[in-house]
Design a protein around this ligand. Structure first.
Ligand code: EPS
Length: 387
């Protein structure tokens, strides 16, 4: 099994992660991880912290020697450069505790109110620091380790943004790879230049109005063999695991696979991907409405995931709320935040997808070393060819 944990607050000293179960012999460097951290960090619509203050860099603390994993847990840290400005507010020491630092006006749509009630806290900062999407930097770093492993198996993960607010990109006619190449050059990960211009305008407008915008992104996985996941039990079904991973990303509120909700409005004959066979190529489909997953298992086609991100709850023009201390009606707290994080969320979507696919790969093929895992995988591919 490949599993991981993260720790760290948004304005605390650092984020940390421990990933366990990666096979030995995987070539990895901090530079490789930092590439994904930077892809996540910089996009149009993020706040000033990310544009001017922070430059995320991962430090590998354990589990790697001479450029390769050695089979032990890989631990990582990402320092919060902004920590210096938060020393007293995020201090470990009781002596620094002061009422003036406490936030008491919960933001509708955020974890603030439910969190303070549940954990019996009286400062919403105790909740929002961990609920913050800052934590996704740690998940991106772990996703990078998993992506590196999947590369060894010729599995690739892409993402692009298709909607911001009410604006939709046109992606018809583009292959997933083409959409991805265009997205990599776009500050909003949008493959449609015209739509990107409109999206930027919409974000600027939202910012001027003290508002926020959500959107939709797509994650695509290519190169998965038939048979990752399983139909045999609810917690082994790959679509369920992917949906859980995506919905666990801050502000992600919806996920569909393949044609998504649209299949509910179509007839069965219009939805299901007919099966063909050619010797040398094996079984294949001419359509991919299922998004690469049937019965909770990969069917050999590309996995296609769509995720909906809600507009963030931190508004410069805040909504009505109630002070948790005085119980007086007032507007919610105004805290520094992003106007539109959808392009960054897409990179986090890639990362959590990588962790799920890497784990299901390890469950199917095992292997304590990359070589053993790859040999097992190739033997299976050989079996499929002869089937
Ligand atoms: C966030 C608010 C902003 C974002 C942050 C998530 O942080 P700050 O209040 O320090 O400006 O920039 O995201 C990150 C720092 C990140 O790395 O993604 C929030 O309230 O969730």
């Amino acid at each position: 099994m490949i599993r991981y944990m993260t720790a760290g607050e948004s304005h605390g000293k650092c984020l940390t992660a421990v990933a366990e179960g990666l096979p030995a012999g995987l070539k990895i460097s901090e530079d490789y991880i930092n590439r994904d951290l930077s892809r996540r960090q910089y996009s149009f619509g993020r706040g000033e912290r990310l544009q001017y203050i922070e430059k995320d860099q991962a430090k590998i603390l354990s589990g790697v020697r001479w450029g390769e994993t050695i089979g032990s847990p890989v631990s990582l840290s990402i320092e919060n450069k902004d920590w210096e400005n938060w020393g007293k507010i995020m201090s470990l020491s009781e002596e620094d505790k002061a009422d003036k630092f406490c936030l008491t006006r919960p933001r509708p749509g955020h974890a603030d109110l439910t969190g303070v009630l549940k954990f019996n806290r009286h400062d919403t900062r105790d909740i929002l620091e961990r609920a913050s999407a800052r934590e996704t930097a740690a998940r991106t770093a772990v996703g990078s380790l998993c992506r590196r492993l999947l590369e060894e198996m010729d599995i690739k993960i892409y993402s692009f943004v298709t909607e911001i607010g009410k604006i939709k990109a046109k992606t018809k006619g583009l292959s997933h790879e083409e959409a991805f190449d265009l997205a990599e050059k776009s500050q909003l990960r949008c493959p449609d230049k015209h739509a990107e211009g409109q999206m930027i305008k919409a974000i600027q407008e939202a910012k001027a109005n003290g508002d926020t915008l959500g959107g939709v992104y797509t994650v695509v996985v290519t190169g998965c063999p038939v048979g990752l996941g399983s139909h045999t039990h609810w917690d082994l079904k790959l679509d369920g695991l992917l949906a859980q991973a995506i919905l666990s990303v801050q502000a992600n509120k919806g996920v569909t696979i393949g044609r998504g909700f649209d299949v509910a409005r179509a007839k069965g004959s219009e939805v299901h991907d007919e099966i063909f066979y050619e010797s040398g190529r094996g079984f294949f489909r001419k359509t991919n409405n299922a998004g690469g997953i049937e019965g909770g298992m990969t069917n050999g086609e590309d996995i296609v995931i769509h995720a909906a991100v809600k507009p963030l709850a931190s508004l410069r023009r805040p909504l009505k709320s109630v002070n948790i201390k005085t119980k007086a009606e007032m507007t919610a707290e105004i805290v520094r935040s992003d106007v539109c994080p959808v392009a960054s969320a897409a990179i986090v979507g890639e990362a959590v997808t990588a962790t799920v696919i890497a784990n299901s790969f390890k469950q199917k093929f095992g292997g304590d070393s990359v070589k053993e895992m790859r040999d097992n995988f190739l033997r299976y591919i050989d079996y499929l060819k002869k089937y």
